[in-house]
Design a protein around this ligand. Structure first.
Ligand code: 2RA
Length: 350
């Protein structure tokens, strides 16, 4: 019999993309697909692969008969409910931050470390944060070939990383400044937002329209943010390089969806650009878009809704040996969240 798949958080932002991905697949290995959400959303009807599916409320019994449960819910909900799903016999694949750095929970990007799905003493597999994930297909392929030693990255993170609330805020800010002479001396952006009646409280800590904000996530020690530490810790764990030197600066930009990263990566050996290109071309989940003569390079707006990671602007660093600079774009809601989680489930199903 075919395995039963459950999606916990089926009505949320990532859960919705997950169903979209499942609907777009040519075939799926699942018998039943069970949609689970908070009691508030229970009873809602959603079409999955042509059949009407009724959302059931999160409860221990909801996991009975489930083989693989995908969690797209806040950290505290995963922390409580993933172990319950495991008790009921399921493998939990969790997209929250609750288990990512637990040494007994593998952190998986299938094109980098798929075999680790089988090493799961707690019955839980974690999906990385979207910022790390957006560069992993590209970086994993290069590491495999050339041996990564050091990583310096700056992120350009989309508003949807902060959820629907973030998207709504960005649209409201853009509407508030549209057609106005602001962002110039005497035309303060923050004042324009206040004048338009926008609440002072924002998920981005500063105006995002006509601006960039060098802050994403929560405050950690010594001036770092949670997003920056996730890039460091998760990259080390996924690539299996515990001592990898990493420094990240995470920045929010006025983009709705798709995270971008400027990557400065140092390897154990010299990496000519042509060799890097060959590695990217051989990686099925990477699309190379890099032709300076034709101004071909990836941009986040063009990558929205795409499954692969787009790579461009590949250069050998002029002043740093064995080092490449390049730019990547990945849809933070797809490969950055729902798609990678679903690919882990596909890997489990064989
Ligand atoms: C963000 N990476 O972009 C986070 C979402 N988990 O805000």
């Amino acid at each position: 019999t075919k395995p039963t798949l459950a999606i916990v958080g089926a009505t949320g932002a990532v859960g919705t993309v997950m169903i979209d991905i499942i609907n777009g697949r040519g075939s799926v290995p699942w018998g039943e697909i069970r949609l689970i959400a908070s009691p508030r959303s229970a009873g809602k009807k959603i079409t999955v692969r042509g059949a009407e599916n009724t959302v059931v409320a999160l409860s221990p019994e909801a996991f009975d008969g489930v083989d693989i449960a995908l969690f797209d819910v806040p950290d505290e909900v995963s922390a409580e409910w993933a172990p319950i799903a495991v008790e009921r016999g399921a493998i939990a694949v969790d997209n929250s931050g609750a288990f990512r750095m637990d040494p007994e929970v593998p952190l998986v990007v299938p094109e980098v470390n798929a075999a680790q799905v089988h090493e799961r003493p707690k019955g839980i597999i974690a999906n990385p944060n979207c910022t790390t994930l957006s560069m992993m297909a590209a970086l994993g392929a290069l590491h495999h070939e050339f041996g990564l030693r050091e990583l310096v990255v700056s992120s350009y993170q989309a508003a949807s990383g902060a959820g629907q609330e973030g998207v709504d805020r960005l649209y409201a800010e853009v509407a508030a400044v549209a057609g106005k002479q602001v962002g110039v001396r005497g035309g303060d952006v923050a004042e324009a937002l206040t004048a338009a009646g926008l609440p002072e409280e924002t998920p981005f800590k500063a105006p995002l329209a006509l601006n960039v904000v060098p802050w994403a996530g929560s405050r950690k020690d010594d001036g770092w943010t949670s997003e920056e530490l996730k890039v460091r810790n998760e990259s080390r764990k996924i690539l299996g390089i515990p001592e990898l030197k990493v420094s990240a600066t995470c920045v929010r930009v006025p983009v709705v969806t798709t995270h971008s990263l400027a990557v400065h990566a140092t390897f154990a050996q010299d990496v000519p650009v042509e060799q890097a290109r060959r590695v990217f071309e051989a990686q099925p989940t990477v699309v190379l878009q890099d032709d300076p003569e034709r101004m071909a390079f990836p941009t986040p707006a063009a990558v929205v809704g795409e499954e692969p990671t787009y790579v461009g602007r590949i250069r050998q660093a002029l002043d740093f040996p064995n080092t490449l600079d390049f730019f990547v774009c990945g849809d933070n809601l797809r490969k950055g969240a729902a798609l990678n989680t679903y690919e882990i489930a596909e890997t489990l199903a064989g």
